[in-house]
Design a protein around this ligand. Structure first.
Ligand SMILES: [Fe+2]
Ligand SMILES: [Fe+2]
Length: 283
């Protein structure tokens, strides 16, 4: 049975027309195939639930989301390592090696609670679309601090990585958070439905976000965080198979691994790494 592809939705899923025009014919064909398979799955899931997949999604309002705060066991900004859910209660973690590397944190901590698949998908897409190594690296790191804390994760993440990564990558991680709220059609970034769902359909970013956006918009490094957001969009494909292999060299070239291990180098951010290594320490 042939399936109608919504051309606009397909192009948006890839990050917009500008992004699509930069892809090779082969990459475009692959993406279309992936998209068709996902869309088919989605329509089947809706049909099984007795719902119409074509009906527009109902997004919550800010007030509806706020009404859910009272009585919650944890706050929405809490780090993923520190809160369990009914379906996914917290589990005992594997111990970290004595002198942990970035890769140890990926394998032993971010995999459990640090948006591991999401950042790998992001970085894979950045690599496929020919981004600079600084942008690819920023994509690989952009959300992993959510294991520690989610509120203001752009700033927290940038701070935690700053002593060890290129300045442009830090800039990309720090400001992708603010830029996510502002469309940039020329670069192929649309405001995502995910944010209508997460923040409320009538959400207006805080003034500090707005001011940060205006500052970054005029900055000569604007494209660093903007490209993180462009590659962020497509990065929630549950079926994509991604591995760390393509990024091992980039980490080797761009990450200044402290010889004492992350958390033990007496840097101003060492305690942040230790908090991720030992989230069960009571104090
Ligand atoms: Fe993010
Ligand atoms: Fe992200």
């Amino acid at each position: 049975m042939p399936m109608d592809i919504d051309r606009r939705a397909f192009i948006a899923s890839l990050g917009g027309a500008a992004m699509v025009s930069r892809m090779s014919d082969e990459a475009r064909a692959d993406a279309l195939e992936d998209y068709s398979i996902n869309e088919l799955d989605r329509q089947v899931a809706y049909a099984q639930a007795g719902q119409n997949a074509a009906a527009p999604e109902h997004f919550p309002t800010v007030a509806e989301l706020e009404a859910r705060i009272d009585g919650s066991a944890s706050r929405r900004g809490a780090g993923n390592l520190f809160v369990g859910t009914r379906d996914r209660p917290v589990k005992r973690l594997e111990p970290m090696p004595k002198r942990p590397t970035l890769m140890d944190f990926f394998n032993l901590r971010f995999k459990t609670a640090g948006a591991y698949n999401h950042v790998l998908q992001s970085a894979t897409r950045a690599m496929k679309t020919g981004m600079t190594e600084e942008v690819i690296f920023a994509c690989l790191l952009h959300d992993v601090v959510q294991s520690l804390i989610k509120v203001d994760h752009g700033w927290w993440g940038a701070q935690m990585f700053e002593p060890y990564i290129p300045e442009k990558s830090t800039f990309g991680v720090r400001y992708h958070q603010a830029l996510r709220f502002y469309a940039d059609e020329a670069n192929g970034y649309e405001y995502p439905d995910l944010y209508r769902r997460t923040f409320g359909v009538d959400y207006k970013p805080e003034p500090y976000i707005e001011e940060t956006y205006k500052m970054v918009r005029k900055h000569r490094w604007y494209s660093e965080p903007r490209m993180v957001t462009v590659n962020d969009l497509y990065a929630f494909d549950p079926n994509a198979v991604v591995t760390m292999d393509p990024f091992v060299d980039i980490i080797g070239r761009h990450f200044k691994q402290p010889k004492e291990g992350l958390g033990f180098d007496n840097s101003p951010v060492a305690h942040m790494w230790r908090s991720i290594a030992y989230p069960d320490h009571p104090l």
